[in-house]
Write a protein that binds this ligand. Structure first.
Ligand code: NAP
Length: 271
């Protein structure tokens, strides 16, 4: 990855192609253990050896199995990798999740994540979802408390609108926002633009799944021997300098392909 493909979060330079540990580390429906633990660890370690230094997980992936596996995979590289995890969403059966943004619940979620990741401090902790029954100021206010206690270094919010984002900023310094964003899904473009203006990290989830490109872009990509997934990741890198994508994969070949999109040199933002 080229060095322009980094985003500085305080003193940590994040490579803008990270790794999403949702699917590889869990079973179908993001439920249970990974079907192939040895492979998942191999892929995560290969990602780090090839420059990835940002890994995204959550207590609800599994639940818990993703955090446990990430902890095991990164053990040899501990300080070289920023680990982001999330709390505030309860996985209660395969494919089903429910928000819980109550401060007391968030505290138990955070303590569980600290334990599973074997850390004293979480590098970046996200409120996974906004609980419709709890004002976002209360949920993010709890995260601000945890930060004061030294248990969280950076605070993030996920799956938010601009309005929720602004309300969260009244109670804490928000260092990262994580929403779905890709070539086909631009529902949150206003959120991305706000993070860009304010130089806040924007973590694009679901960066390669569900991307349908137009024929002009595909033809040009074919000519340049660029795959559709590379096109999607390069589009995100070119969208704005604060956008970090977190493709997840269980395949070493796909990993190499994804990382190579950091060196693609054709201008695709206009497609
Ligand atoms: N905050 C939230 O609410 C939220 C929601 C969803 C996701 N996320 C985060 O975002 C991360 C990524 O999201 P995601 O897993 O939904 O979507 P994604 O990364 O866009 O897509 C992953 C899927 O694409 C395949 N893939 C990856 N690279 C490929 C390539 N080069 N060629 C062909 N197929 C490829 C993977 O299969 P193979 O294993 O076969 O490569 C996998 O099935 C998650 O791991 C999670 O950390 C967050």
């Amino acid at each position: 990855m080229s060095t322009n493909n980094t985003f500085k979060l305080d003193d940590f330079e994040i490579n803008r192609i990270g790794f999403g540990a949702m699917r590889t580390t869990t079973g179908a429906g993001i439920w249970g253990d990974t079907p192939n633990k040895e492979n998942a660890i191999k892929v995560i370690r290969a990602a780090i050896e090839n420059g990835v230094n940002f890994i995204d997980t959550a207590d609800s992936y599994g639940p818990y199995t993703s955090e446990l596996l990430v902890q095991e995979a990164i053990r040899p590289f501990k300080d070289e990798v920023m680990v982001a995890t999330k709390g505030g969403a309860v996985k209660y059966k395969p494919g089903a999740i429910m928000a819980n943004g109550h401060p007391y619940y968030l505290r138990t979620a955070l303590e569980g994540s600290l334990n599973r990741l074997q850390r004293d401090v979480i590098d970046l902790y996200f409120l996974h979802r906004v609980d419709p029954n709890i004002p976002i100021e209360e949920s993010v206010g709890a995260l601000a408390e945890f930060q004061k206690e030294g248990k969280i270094k950076h605070i993030g919010i996920s799956n938010v609108t601009v309005e929720q984002f602004e309300r969260a900023q009244t109670v804490a310094k928000i260092d990262a926002v994580q929403n779905a964003f890709n070539y086909n899904d631009r529902r949150y473009e206003h959120v991305v633009n706000k993070t860009t203006r304010e130089n806040i990290a924007f973590i694009a989830h679901t960066p390669v799944a569900r991307n349908n490109w137009n024929e002009t872009a595909l033809a040009k990509a074919r000519q340049k021997k660029i795959s559709v997934n590379q096109l999607s990741l390069a589009w995100l890198l070119q969208f704005a300098p604060n956008v970090i994508s977190i493709p997840g994969t269980s395949s070493l070949a796909h990993l190499q392909e994804n990382l190579a999109s950091g060196t693609i040199d054709f201008q695709i933002n206009t497609y």
